[in-house]
Design a binder for this molecule. Structure first.
Ligand code: ADP
Ligand code: MG
Length: 270
């Protein structure tokens, strides 16, 4: 079933120097429980699109429906925010409290939820992101990957059906990236709808579906196998391909290789 749908969604920013078209009448849909990765070069419109998923921005024209709710209708605002969590690039901008568990509880306290229910949800969220042992730590003592997982726990505790991640691993080291990606995969396995904006093609390759953005449009969408089957086209857009795809192309293996397993199988046939 469809959980997000856009109809000719358009976004124009008004600036001092004029207007900037950031989303150019895009149409797409995302199913309940789907894991969608969004890739595209800088300025292609990814973050603008992300901000439409929870009505941080309103369409200049066209529409986007989240869980059936029109984001341009003011009275849907809170219902939409209850459905969509957001995680951004820099966890330092999102962590507000001096103790990890207080930070996760923050959003729930603002909603006036019962203390016993807050306790239950915070413990569950800590467990989900594998950070239970750090609940009494100061966030400033944590690694980047750990901080980002605390930011994710904050979204998990809100029990939204959808979480949008806008380059959550861009500032992390390889270990932190892996921790965050594994957390995202776990949330997907639990049934959440995941939207992951990323520059890391290995991360995009683990999604159910990929949207490729360019100049405010979704110029291509498909499974990771479909998207990465045409190496030249992806590179022409200024994007990379996963290392397995790159090696397979250089070794002139048949197209359609993406996973390490497929790569090894093809290697044996060389
Ligand atoms: P991405 O996340 O893919 O890098 P963005 O959605 O941030 O792309 O930006 C899309 C386009 O809109 C870019 O040309 C960018 O410069 C422009 N843009 C983004 N935010 C603003 C803003 N607040 N005001 C004016 N232009 C903006
Ligand atoms: Mg961006």
């Amino acid at each position: 079933m469809e959980i997000i749908k856009s109809e000719n969604l358009k976004h124009v920013y008004k600036t001092a120097s004029g207007e900037k078209l950031a989303l150019d009448e895009i149409n797409f849909s995302i199913n309940d429980g789907e894991f969608v990765a969004i890739i595209g070069t800088n300025g292609s419109g990814k973050s603008t699109l992300a901000k439409h998923f929870n009505a941080l921005l309103k369409p200049t024209a066209g529409k986007i429906f989240v869980n059936g709710l029109d984001t341009s209708d003011e009275k849907n605002l809170w219902a939409i925010r209850e459905n969509v969590g957001m995680v951004f690039q820099n966890p330092d901008n999102e962590i507000v409290a001096a103790i990890v568990e207080d930070d996760i509880a923050f959003g729930l306290e603002n909603l006036g939820i019962e203390p016993s229910e807050i306790r239950r949800r915070v413990d569950l969220a800590l467990d989900t992101v594998n950070m239970t042992n750090y609940k009494n730590f100061a966030p400033s003592k944590l690694s980047g990957g750990q901080k980002q997982r605390i930011a994710i726990a904050g979204a998990v505790a809100m029990q939204t059906k959808i979480i949008v991640f806008d380059e959550p691993t861009a500032m992390l080291d390889p270990q932190g990236r892996l921790e965050v990606l594994n957390t995202i995969k776990k949330l997907h396995a639990q049934g959440l709808t995941i939207i992951l904006i990323t520059h890391f093609m290995e991360e995009a390759a683990t999604a159910d579906k990929i949207f490729v953005m360019e100049g405010g449009k979704i110029i291509k969408s498909g499974t990771p196998h479909e998207i990465f089957s045409n190496v030249k086209e992806i590179k022409r857009l200024g994007l990379d391909v996963p290392v397995t795809v790159e090696l397979a192309a250089r070794l002139k293996m048949p197209t359609g290789i993406l996973t390490a397993k497929e790569f090894i199988a093809a290697l044996k046939n060389l």
